[in-house]
Design a protein around this ligand. Structure first.
Ligand code: MEV
Length: 322
């Protein structure tokens, strides 16, 4: 009986999985409705949901995280979870729930941990309430939660968290457009945290302000980015690692010009290139957070991971899109 209970418990948890993500091309630009390319990582967050007799929300957060992440994000995370409950029409002043978050996704700014958390919550609520939902409905619930982290999420993070794989994603005035990309060659990735937890709300807001104060500057960068992502999609379709890497380098330069990189990210990107990466760039919000490197062989992947540790990255991970 006990064994059966555990099996059922595990199955339910597995069904609440939501993945982390790495933006390959287009962080920030994607907010302005141009296409971006994103890869979901295999690491995931899951969520167990229990009803309580008392109203309110109890959260047990067992997710691994870089130091500071959970404290810095606490208020935004609380807002995000409550927005998902609102979306389900649940009033936490009348009903009570206990959520236990787990999984192997290490929370760090840039990896889409917030999106993975709200998408796993949407999956858990759909099960707890016995309300079957389509993947698009789960994604939409996750998008509502993402608004707790910043006012104008593009939706790229929750879409990668829900669907996995490598996606081409574009925000529009209506529903987002996205498609799964076939992965024609194994892509070995190293990603590293700067150890700095950045606020997506603050950085996206600052770029919006800069765009408004200098529209021509922003438009010129946006046009360069659009030309770049078109080439990146072709290189990805053809699976040419050297070219994808070179274009990642160019995307990093555009991030620098957009002022979303920082010395800590630049140092890690440089270290990865020197150690043999085909290309390297910051990924996600920036001004702290994460960088990623594309490495042509497992040996170079190891060498880049070592070089990033030697360059002071507090956490380094290896993954692949296959
Ligand atoms: C954050 O992972 C990516 C940003 O482009 C914000 C967004 O797309 O909502 C910085």
């Amino acid at each position: 009986k006990r064994q059966q209970h555990e099996r059922i418990g595990q199955r339910i948890l597995a069904e609440t999985r939501a993945f982390g993500k790495l933006i390959l091309f287009g962080e920030h630009f994607v907010v302005y409705k141009v296409p971006a390319l994103v890869g979901a990582v295999a690491a995931y967050t899951d969520c167990e949901c229990e009803r309580l007799c008392e109203p309110g929300l109890v959260v047990v957060d067992n997710r691994p995280a870089v130091p500071d992440y959970k404290v810095t994000k606490a208020a935004e995370a609380d807002a995000a979870l409550r927005l998902v409950f609102d979306h389900f029409g649940l009033d936490l002043s009348k009903e009570g729930f206990k959520l236990t978050f787990g999984g192997d996704l290490c929370c760090a700014s840039g990896i889409g941990a917030s999106a993975a958390q709200v998408v796993s919550l949407a999956r858990a609520l759909s099960q707890a309430l016995k309300r079957p939902m389509s993947e698009n409905e789960i994604n939409a619930a996750g998008y509502e939660g993402e608004k707790g982290y910043h006012g104008t999420p593009s939706g790229i993070d929750n879409t990668a968290a829900t669907f996995g794989g490598i996606l081409k994603f574009q925000r529009t005035d209506g529903e987002p457009i996205f498609e799964r990309k076939a992965i024609v060659t194994r892509m070995l990735i190293v990603y590293a945290s700067t150890g700095i937890t950045s606020s997506t709300t603050a950085v996206v807001g600052d770029i919006q302000a800069k765009k408004e104060s200098d529209p021509l500057w922003f438009e010129a960068l946006l046009q360069k980015y659009i030309a770049l992502v078109q080439k990146a999609e072709l290189a990805l379709n053809a699976g040419v690692i050297a070219e994808i890497g070179q274009l990642m380098n160019e995307n990093h330069e555009l991030c620098q010009q957009l002022t979303v990189s920082c010395p800590e990210l630049d140092r890690l990107v440089e270290a990865a290139r020197l150690a043999g990466a085909a290309g390297a760039k910051m990924s996600g919000t920036g001004r702290g957070g994460l960088m990623l490197a594309l490495t042509p062989t497992p040996e170079i992947q190891d060498a880049v991971a070592d070089a990033l540790k030697a360059a002071g990255a507090p956490q380094v991970w290896k993954t692949s899109f296959a």
